[in-house]
Design a protein around this ligand. Structure first.
Ligand code: URA
Length: 433
């Protein structure tokens, strides 16, 4: 087999066989295929697209490039949840304890944030002492004994994805739905879950800005999961404004805790209900959405979800007093309100601009090497549909470096679109596949 023949075949719009895709991934990962040939093939894929068979073969080849995690030692049906990323997405910190408190084993491998989107591991590190690197045996025993563990990757999974993604990033071939779907699903499937709930974000703060693209990505990922014998569902949810009110690591931990105390923002609470109910159904703990949602509501009302979060913090070495004393979390030196000289309604909030404002304040990282300020961030005091007057604060900024305030303030003001007429709050759920 020769790389040039595979490139030519794809360039001319023909379907690649599993053997050809395996050859491409194996040779490229081993360093036997030069970047220029891999880049040419990626560009051919970008323009000619991939069939469902090709996408499944590509996903399988990427999975086979590294370790596969075996969660068979964990009892019960392991359901994983994955979000395609957004601004203010602290869902795992609330949702994992909710479903674990209801008996679903949560063996969650999470990632760090990059650019304007945050990562669960960074948020958890805001909790003093919280260890995010668990040994595999510890990870498994925590899930068996406590139903919950959240860790960085415990093995070298999908090395082909890492190499391929770096090449896509510099050859303008990231935004192809088959390439994205196989990249995300290979990591999920290699992580060993029995079933997967995908939260595909759509809107200004999401990877996929249009509803049509988000549905296509969701469908492709669900097809891959099901083709590999894993029950997979996808929710398409709104990221046209940030999720909840808090953006930034410490602030998001507080919002997740408040949600488990029953005081969460409406959109975030709704998302926990929607994703959690799909997880409970796939884990065969609830038989339908109605039953699952009732279970989730009572886990919050009777504080079992909050107690599970406390247990998670303790078994991973963190200081669980943060649950009742937020002053133990990293605190920013400065806090300033942003006001607008208008009276009216919030029509939209560009989530990417808010994410970039948080990044400017130090809450995110530009490159994987940048250091995060865990105390920095933003609280949005007004969301889409809210009325405001010129005395109202639309957002509160938290920061330590005064030189960063102006840029963040500008971005927040740019993020808000206003209207004199009443506006409706945004819909959170756009679909379920
Ligand atoms: N996230 C991934 O993991 N892979 C992609 O290709 C895009 C987003």
């Amino acid at each position: 087999m020769k790389a040039i023949d595979i490139i030519k075949k794809k360039r001319d719009g023909q379907e690649l066989s599993r053997a050809e895709i395996d050859f491409f991934i194996n040779e490229y990962t081993a360093g036997n295929m030069p970047d220029y040939q891999a880049a040419a093939l990626l560009m051919a894929i970008y323009f000619q697209k991939m069939t469902k068979n090709e996408t499944v073969s590509l996903t399988q080849a990427i999975i086979n490039s590294g370790d596969k995690i075996n969660l068979a030692e964990i009892n019960g049906i392991k359901v994983d949840k994955h979000s395609t990323g957004g601004v203010g997405d602290k869902t795992t910190i609330a949702l994992a304890p909710i479903v674990a408190s209801l008996g679903a084993p949560v063996a969650k491998m999470s990632g760090r944030g990059l650019g304007h989107t945050g990562g669960t591991l960074d948020k958890l590190e805001a909790i003093p002492g919280f260890k995010i690197d668990l040994e595999k045996s510890q990870f498994i025993s925590n899930v068996n004994n406590h139903k919950i563990a959240i860790s960085g990757q415990t093995a070298k999974i999908t090395p082909a994805d890492k190499k391929l993604y770096s090449l896509r990033d510099v050859t303008a071939t990231v935004d192809n739905i088959s390439l994205i779907a196989s990249s995300i699903m290979s990591k999920k499937l290699a992580s060993g879950a029995d079933a997967i709930v995908l939260d595909v974000k759509t809107g200004s703060g999401a990877f996929m800005k249009s509803l049509h693209e988000s549905f296509s990505l969701a469908k492709e990922m669900v097809d891959i999961g099901n083709a590999m014998g894993k029950n997979t569902v996808a929710l398409i949810t709104d990221m046209d404004q940030p999720l909840g009110n808090a953006v930034g690591n410490s602030l998001e931990v507080i919002e997740a805790i408040e949600t488990l105390k029953g005081n969460g923002p409406a959109d975030f609470y709704e998302l926990c209900l929607e994703l959690g109910s799909q997880m409970l159904i796939l884990a065969k703990i609830a038989s339908d959405e109605k039953e699952a949602k009732e279970m989730i509501k009572s886990s919050i009302e009777n504080r079992s979800a909050l107690n599970k979060l406390k247990e998670l913090i303790e078994i991973q070495g963190g200081d669980s007093r943060v649950i009742d004393d937020y002053s133990l979390l990293p605190q920013a030196k400065y806090k300033k309100e942003i006001k607008l000289k208008h009276t009216g309604y919030v029509k939209s909030i560009n989530a990417e601009f808010v994410g970039r404002a948080a990044l400017a304040l130090g809450a995110g990282r530009d490159t994987m090497e940048s250091k995060i300020d865990l105390s920095a961030g933003i609280i949005l005091n007004k969301k889409v549909g809210d009325k405001f007057t010129e005395n109202d604060s639309i957002a509160t900024l938290f920061y330590n470096d005064e030189t960063k305030f102006e840029e963040a303030e500008e971005l927040i003001i740019k993020a808000y679109s206003l209207s004199d007429d009443e506006c409706h709050p945004k819909k959170l759920m756009h679909g379920l596949i």
